[in-house]
Write a protein that binds this ligand. Structure first.
Ligand code: FAD
Length: 356
C-alpha cells in the first residue's frame, strides 16, 4: 500500500516510558519512531495540577543516562520541572518523537505489525506500547451519580483551589492524589473540604519518601526473584507519601477523612446512617486504567483490563512489549526512576529477537 512507512520498532507514547526505551533502543542500534498523541513533550506531567510536586528528590527521579537537575528552592521538583527535563531529554538524545500523532490501532500483518496512526501507517517488526494511564480516568459506579447537579471532576480535571473559592467540595479517594488534592484545597482556606476514603487513610512516616519506596520495591523484587516470601512491598507500609502539603494539612488537623458515602443526592452526598453533606462539587481521585484501546485488534486483553506479560513482553504476541502502566510491566515501572530497568530489558529483548 502506498504511503506506509517502515521501521524496525514503533514506540506508541512519548512520555517518560517511551523516551526511556527510546534511549535504550538507540544504544542497541535499532531504527525506531515514537508516536505521541500529545502536541508537546512531557507526557502526563504537562496536565497535572498547579501545586503538584514529586515525592522524590530530583536526583532520584531520573531517566537512564541523564540526572534530573535540581530545582532551585525545593528538593522535590514540581511538574513543570519534570516537563522541562523530559523536553530536554528528548532533544539531547535526538529521539525521533512525532508529537500530535495518535495511534488508533495495532494489527498483525504476516510477520509484521501494522501501526495505524491518525498521521499515517507504519510497518514494524516490534511495537512497544507506553501510553500510560492518564487518558483513562476511572470513576466508580456509585448510586445517584447522575442525580447530582453540582460539578463532578476527576483528578485529571483538577487545577487549583481558586476554581472552588467559597464552595463545598467532597474529595473522594485515599491514595496520593486524593490526599494531595484534599490538602491543597484545605490549606487554601477558602474552600470547605470533606475528604472521603474507602478505608481509613494510611499516611507513611514522614521520613519515607519516594527513595525509600523505591528501595522497598527493589527489595520485594529481589525476594520474589530469589523465591523468598513476598515482603508485601510498599503496600505494607502505607498508601500516602507525607509530601510537605499533606504534612502541613495533617498537622493543622485539616485531613480528617470520613468513610465512603453510599450515594449522591441532587445536592450532595449521603452516608448509610442517613447523614447528608451538601456539596457544590465532587472530585473523584479514584485512579486510572491502562490506555490500551489501540491494542484491541490484537485480542490480548486479560483479567482486570491488563494484557498478560512476561517481563514487558506480551504473552499472546511476542512482538509486542508493554512499558510503564504499573508494576505488572516491571517493578515501579510507572515511576521516573523505576522505568529505566524494564526499558533496558525490553530494548535488549527486542534487539535479540530482531537479530535472530
Ligand atoms: P504518560 O506520562 O501518561 O505518557 C503517555 C504518553 O502516551 C502521553 O504523552 C500520551 O499523549 C501518549 N499516548 C496515549 N495514548 C496514545 C495513543 N493511542 N497514541 C499515541 N500516543 C498516545 N512518579 C514518580 O516517579 N514520582 C512522583 O512523584 C510521581 N507522582 C505522581 C503523581 C500523580 C498525581 C500521578 C498521577 C502520577 C505520579 N507518578 C510519579 C507516576 C508516574 O511517573 C506517571 O504516571 C507517569 O506519567 C507515567 O509515565 P508514562 O510514560 O508511562 O505515561
Amino acid at each position: 500500500m502506498t504511503g506506509e512507512k517502515h521501521t524496525q520498532v514503533v514506540i506508541v507514547g512519548g512520555g517518560q516510558a517511551g523516551l526511556a526505551v527510546g534511549y535504550h533502543l538507540r544504544r542497541q542500534g535499532l531504527d525506531f519512531v515514537i508516536l505521541d498523541a500529545d502536541p508537546a513533550p512531557g507526557g502526563a506531567w504537562q496536565h497535572m495540577w498547579d501545586s503538584l510536586h514529586l515525592f522524590s528528590p530530583a536526583e532520584h527521579s531520573s531517566l537512564p543516562g541523564r540526572l534530573m537537575p535540581a530545582q532551585t528552592g525545593t528538593p522535590y521538583p514540581d511538574a513543570g520541572h519534570v516537563v522541562d527535563y523530559l523536553t530536554d531529554y528528548e532533544k539531547r538524545y535526538d529521539l525521533p518523537v512525532q508529537h500530535g500523532s495518535r495511534v488508533e490501532a495495532v494489527r498483525r500483518d504476516a510477520d509484521q505489525l501494522l501501526v495505524e496512526a491518525d498521521s499515517g501507517t507504519w510497518r514494524a517488526r516490534a511495537v512497544i506500547s507506553a501510553t500510560g494511564t492518564w487518558s483513562r480516568p476511572f470513576l466508580p459506579a456509585v448510586p445517584g451519580r447522575g442525580l447530582f447537579i453540582g460539578r463532578q471532576l476527576h483528578t485529571v480535571d483538577y487545577r487549583s483551589p481558586g476554581d472552588f473559592a467559597g464552595q463545598r467540595v467532597v474529595v473522594v479517594g485515599g491514595g496520593n492524589s486524593g490526599a494531595q488534592i484534599a490538602a491543597d484545597l484545605a490549606l487554601d482556606g477558602h474552600v470547605e473540604v470533606t475528604w472521603v476514603t474507602q478505608r481509613p487513610p494510611r499516611i507513611l512516616p514522614d521520613d519515607i519518601d519516594g527513595r525509600a519506596l523505591f528501595d522497598v520495591a527493589t527489595a520485594r523484587r529481589r525476594a520474589l526473584d530469589a523465591g523468598r516470601s513476598d515482603t508485601g512491598g510498599i503496600a505494607s507500609l502505607g498508601d500516602i507519601v507525607a509530601v510537605p502539603p499533606v504534612r502541613a494539612a495533617r498537622d493543622a488537623g485539616l485531613l480528617d477523612a470520613k468513610p465512603m458515602f453510599t450515594r449522591l443526592t441532587a445536592d450532595g452526598v449521603q452516608w448509610s446512617n442517613g447523614t447528608h453533606a451538601e456539596a457544590d462539587a465532587v472530585i473523584w481521585c479514584t485512579g486510572f486504567r491502562p490506555a490500551l484501546a489501540h491494542l484491541a485488534p490484537l485480542g490480548l486483553r486479560g483479567p482486570r483490563g491488563h494484557i498478560p506479560t512476561v517481563g514487558t513482553r506480551a504473552v499472546g504476541e511476542p512482538r509486542l512489549h508493554l512499558l510503564g502502566y504499573g508494576d505488572w510491566t516491571g517493578p515501579a515501572s510507572a515511576t521516573l526512576i523505576g522505568v529505566g530497568r524494564p526499558a533496558r530489558d525490553a530494548a535488549r529483548d527486542i534487539a535479540q529477537s530482531l537479530s535472530g
